[in-house]
Design a protein around this ligand. Structure first.
Ligand code: NDP
Length: 321
């Protein structure tokens, strides 16, 4: 393949949004090229089993689901590049994307589906036990902890939502909150404090996890660095991070409007960004729901909008490069 690649539709990202956009764009004869990014398959490849994606009554392994979506995109002719976008010029059509390999993509339309990465505390144990009791998605993995003991790290709205969701399944939910108060909205704080299964550990940080093959507990420290500092362990089977997500919008941020947290701003149900012919789908544009099925639906909408855009505006690609 030449160092300059042209396409009517560049799709950046290989999670449910990216692959669904690819399925629709390739079936619409846009001959899309998808750049699969630093984590091919996206966040679902870090989950063990997915039980809430429609169409799989017995659940499906996250890696298998993403492999199936990839195969479906390939079946209709999507070209998949194992590469990463490092820079963009979205000032004028056709748009230019620079890839880590040194290749350049010239595209009539761009679908940004780069997702968001859950923030982790940075503990070695988190890495070691990821998918083995460590999770950043209660809705995805909570079901496996029915009747068990779990902890949620964080004190924002997401942490409260996750704790409440888990309290519906688990026997006991600890919230590990580093400050002496929750950051969450009043209504969420109230719901959490009224739930008898939830115990909030304020002024508490996690220093490590216990367990060889699966989480069995956590090492905690309360009032760290003060005269009241105390260290203790809790017994848990699941350790859920809810300390925020980082949307992967940086390579596009010079041209594409984002909110303060970096989520790409789209217009209502449309996936259109502030740049004509550039669309954003999935978690990179969704601070709220962040579910695979939503991302897939947005990927579908983005491809349909890209197709419509080319139909209305024609192609600006040079005849041959
Ligand atoms: P937030 O940034 O609001 O909260 C993050 C939480 O994680 C804070 O309590 C923060 O602590 C804590 N935290 C961050 N880093 C660490 C760390 N290294 N160690 C321990 N704790 C840490 O993120 P959310 O994901 O909760 O929410 C994002 C946005 O989405 C918010 O605007 C929220 O209101 C919104 N949202 C709305 C919902 C709804 O309306 N139903 C549901 C979910 C989210 P500290 O407070 O000390 O900084």
């Amino acid at each position: 393949m030449s160092n300059v690649i042209t396409t009517k539709c560049a799709i950046i990202g290989s999670g449910p949004a990216g692959y669904t956009a690819a399925i629709y764009a390739s079936r619409a004869n846009l001959a899309p090229i998808l750049v699969d990014g630093p984590q091919p398959g996206g966040q679902l490849t870090t989950t063990s089993e997915v039980e809430n994606f429609p169409g799989y009554p017995k659940g499906i392994d996250g890696n298998q689901l993403m492999a199936d979506l990839r195969d479906q995109a390939l079946r209709f002719g999507t070209v998949i590049l194992s590469d990463r976008v490092t820079d963009t010029d979205l000032s004028v059509r056709p748009y230019k994307l620079t890839l880590a390999s040194g290749k350049t993509m010239i595209a009539d339309t761009v679908i940004i589906a780069t997702g968001a990465s859950a923030r982790y505390l940075g503990l070695q144990d988190e890495e070691r036990l990821r998918g083995m009791g460590v999770s950043a998605c209660a809705v995805c993995d909570g079901f496996f902890y029915r009747g068990r003991r779990v902890a949620v790290v964080g004190g924002g709205d997401t942490a409260c939502e996750e704790a409440l969701y888990l309290a519906g399944l688990a026997q006991k939910v600890y919230m590990i909150v580093r400050k002496d108060h929750l950051r969450a909205s009043n209504v969420m704080q109230q719901r959490v404090s009224e739930n008898p299964k939830i115990e909030i550990l304020f002024n508490t940080n996690t220093t490590g996890l216990i367990g060889e093959d699966f989480v069995q507990g956590a090492h905690l420290v309360e009032n760290v660095g003060t005269e009241h500092e105390s260290r203790f362990d809790i017994e848990i089977d699941g350790f859920f991070l809810a300390i925020g997500h980082q949307p992967n919008s940086a390579p596009f941020a010079k041209f594409i409007k984002t909110d303060k947290a970096g989520y790409i701003i789209t217009k209502g149900i449309s996936t259109a960004t502030n740049v004509a012919g550039v669309y954003a789908a999935g978690d990179v544009a969704d601070p709220r729901f962040q579910q695979a099925v939503n991302a897939a639906a947005a990927g579908c909408r983005a491809a349909l909008e890209a197709e419509r855009f080319i139909f209305d505006n024609g192609s600006t690609l040079p005849p041959a490069l």
